[in-house]
Design a binder for this molecule. Structure first.
Ligand code: 4AD
Ligand code: MG
Length: 477
C-alpha cells in the first residue's frame, strides 16, 4: 500500500511528476474542480485538481466543507497563481464526509463567539490552525529558552494547601461528597477527615515551590496549569490558564526585569523566525477585519510590524510613583475620561495601563516598586518602607502579561508582613524555614502564557488562544 506524505513535505520538497498520497480536511472546494486540502502539518493547503467528470457524483457530493479525504494523484507544477505545485487527482477516497446541510460550520466568515461554541470543529479553520500552531511554538520556545540558559524545569504541585497570592480565589479540592462532609465540634467541615487530612485547593501559582527549587538549583522554572476562581468575565481572564514562572537565586528586581524583557523578546523572535506563514494568516485576518473601520479604531500597526517593533526597542521602565504622576498629568485624566481614580496607593486599572502602553510610551512598559499594600506578602520591602520590589510588564492591547518581584528573604520582615496580611503562617512553615536556613536574595516572575499567545497571535479574546477555555459559567468540551 502507498504511504501517505504529509502536506508540509509535499510543499517543501515536491517530487514532481510522481504519484503521491495525501490525506486531510477540505478547506475549500471551488467550482467542483479545486480542493484546498490541509492536514495540519502546515498552515498551507495543497491544491487538488479534480476532473469531476472522472469521478462519480456519489464521491463529489460527499466532499463537503471540512470533509476528510484521501487523494492519490500526480504532483505537477501548478498552472494557476498562488501555489507552486498541485496534485491532479487520480483517486479520491472519502474517509469522513460532511453534509453541508447539517454541518455546524459553513464555508464563510464566522464570528469568534460562534466558533467558541464549536470548539470541537474550530481547529479546522485557518485562523485557529494558525493560532494553535503558534501556541505550540511558544510553548516549545519557553522550554528551549530556559534549557539553553541553564534553568531546570521543576514540576510544582497542582493540588496544594496554600494560597500563594493570598487573594482567596481558589477552587477547593475535596473527596467529600457535597452535603455529606463530616463536621467538627464547631459545626465546621472537618478537613482532617478529608483525603489529604487538610483543606486543599488547586494551585494559583507554583512560585512558592519554585523558590524551594531555586534555593538548591540556582535557576529553575515551572510551566503548568494554574487555576483562579476570580469572577472576572473579561477577554483577558481564564479560570484555568497556564503560567510560566522562572525563579532565580542571587538575583534582584533588576535582574528579574532584564530576564522578563529578554525572555519575552526571545519568544516573539522565535515565532517571527519559525512561523512566518502562520503569522501572515493572522496578520491578513486583522487587516481584513479592519478594512472598513475608521482610522482611529484600527490598530496603529499590523501584527508582524508590531512584533518586530517590540523586539527592536527597549521596554520602557518606570516606577509606580512616576506612573501615577504621568497619569495624573495626562489629558484623559484632566478631562475626566478615566473611569477609575488615580491615586498613590491604589492599583492601576486596565484603562490606566493601556494608556501608558498604547498612548504614552507606545511600547511594552515595566512598572516597578508598587505600594506594599496592593501587593502579595512575599514581595521584598524597599528602603522607603512604603513600596515593594515588584514589577509588572504591560503589553500593548493587553495590559499585564508578567507579574514578578524580588522575594523577601529577611525572616523578621517576612513574618511581620505575613502577620499583617493574615497569611496562615502554620501552612507555610516550610516557606519561612527557607529564610532560616541557607536563604539568599532571589527573584522571579509569572508570565500568563495565554496572554503572551494573545499578544503574538493578535487575537482579541483570551478564550480564542486556549483550545478549551474555562470561564465563569462555561466548562464545555
Ligand atoms: O501577577 P500574578 O498573579 O503573579 C503571580 O501569580 C506570581 N506568583 C508570579 C511569580 O512571581 N512567580 O500572575 C502572573 C501572570 C499575570 O501577569 C497574568 O499574565 C497571568 O499570570 N494571569 C492570568 N492569565 C489568565 N487568566 C487569569 N485569570 C490570570 N491571572 C493572572
Ligand atoms: Mg499580577
Amino acid at each position: 500500500m502507498k504511504r501517505r506524505t504529509e502536506i508540509a513535505q509535499v510543499l517543501k520538497n515536491p517530487t514532481l511528476n510522481e504519484s503521491v498520497l495525501v490525506k486531510g480536511w477540505v478547506r475549500a472546494f471551488r467550482a467542483n474542480r479545486f480542493i484546498a486540502l490541509n492536514d495540519g502539518s502546515t498552515i498551507n493547503n495543497v491544491q487538488i485538481v479534480v476532473d469531476f467528470e472522472q469521478f462519480p457524483e456519489e464521491v463529489i457530493k460527499n466532499i463537503g466543507f471540512h470533509a476528510c479525504i484521501a487523494v492519490t494523484g500526480k504532483l505537477v507544477e501548478s498552472q494557476g497563481a498562488g501555489q507552486s505545485v498541485e496534485i491532479v487527482a487520480e483517486n479520491i477516497e472519502v474517509l469522513g464526509s460532511t453534509n453541508l446541510e447539517d454541518y455546524p460550520l459553513q464555508p464563510k466568515a464566522q464570528t469568534m463567539e460562534f466558533l467558541r461554541e464549536k470548539a470541537h470543529l474550530r481547529m479546522r479553520t485557518n485562523t485557529f490552525s494558525a493560532v494553535f500552531r503558534i501556541r505550540h511554538a511558544i510553548a516549545f520556545a519557553v522550554n528551549k529558552y530556559f534549557n539553553d540558559n541553564g534553568y531546570y524545569y521543576m514540576h510544582t504541585p497542582i493540588i496544594t494547601g496554600s494560597d500563594a497570592e493570598g487573594a482567596g480565589e481558589m477552587f477547593h479540592v475535596t473527596s467529600f461528597e457535597s452535603n455529606k462532609a463530616p463536621v467538627d465540634d464547631n459545626g465546621e467541615v472537618d478537613y482532617k477527615k478529608d483525603f489529604f487530612g487538610k483543606a486543599t485547593n488547586l494551585t494559583v501559582s507554583g512560585q512558592l515551590q519554585a523558590e524551594i527549587a531555586a534555593l538548591a538549583f540556582g535557576k529553575v522554572y515551572t510551566f503548568g496549569p494554574t487555576f483562579r476562581a476570580e469572577n472576572s468575565n473579561t477577554s483577558r481572564h481564564l479560570a484555568e490558564f497556564w503560567m510560566i514562572e522562572p525563579e532565580i537565586a542571587f538575583a534582584d528586581i533588576h535582574d528579574d526585569m532584564d530576564l522578563a524583557e529578554d525572555f519575552s523578546k526571545y519568544l516573539i523572535n522565535y515565532v517571527l523566525d519559525n512561523y512566518p506563514d502562520d503569522l501572515k494568516v493572522l496578520d491578513d485576518r486583522i487587516a481584513n477585519l479592519e478594512k472598513n473601520m475608521k482610522k482611529e479604531d484600527r490598530r496603529p500597526m499590523g501584527l508582524i510590524e508590531t512584533l518586530r517593533f517590540v523586539v527592536d526597542n527597549d521596554f520602557e521602565r518606570i516606577t509606580y510613583t512616576e506612573a501615577i504622576n504621568v497619569l495624573r498629568n495626562s489629558k484623559p485624566y484632566k478631562k475626566g475620561k478615566f473611569e477609575y481614580p488615580i491615586e498613590w496607593g491604589k492599583d492601576l486599572q486596565a484603562e490606566h495601563e493601556r494608556w501608558l502602553v498604547e498612548k504614552k510610551f507606545k511600547k511594552p512598559v515595566i512598572v516597578v516598586d508598587y505600594p506594599k499594600d496592593i501587593k502579595a506578602f512575599y514581595m521584598r520591602l524597599n528602603e522607603d518602607e512604603k513600596t515593594v520590589a515588584a514589577m509588572d510588564v504591560l503589553f500593548p492591547g493587553i495590559g499585564e502579561v508578567i507579574g514578578g518581584s524580588q522575594r523577601e528573604e529577611r525572616l523578621d520582615l517576612l513574618e511581620k508582613r505575613m502577620g499583617e496580611m493574615n497569611i496562615h503562617a502554620d501552612e507555610l512553615w516550610w516557606y519561612t524555614e527557607l529564610r532560616k536556613f541557607g536563604g539568599c536574595p532571589h527573584a522571579g516572575f509569572g508570565m500568563g502564557f495565554e496572554r503572551m499567545v494573545l499578544f503574538i497571535t493578535g487575537m482579541s479574546n483570551i478564550r480564542d488562544v486556549i483550545p478549551f477555555p474555562r470561564t465563569p459559567g462555561s466548562a464545555e468540551f
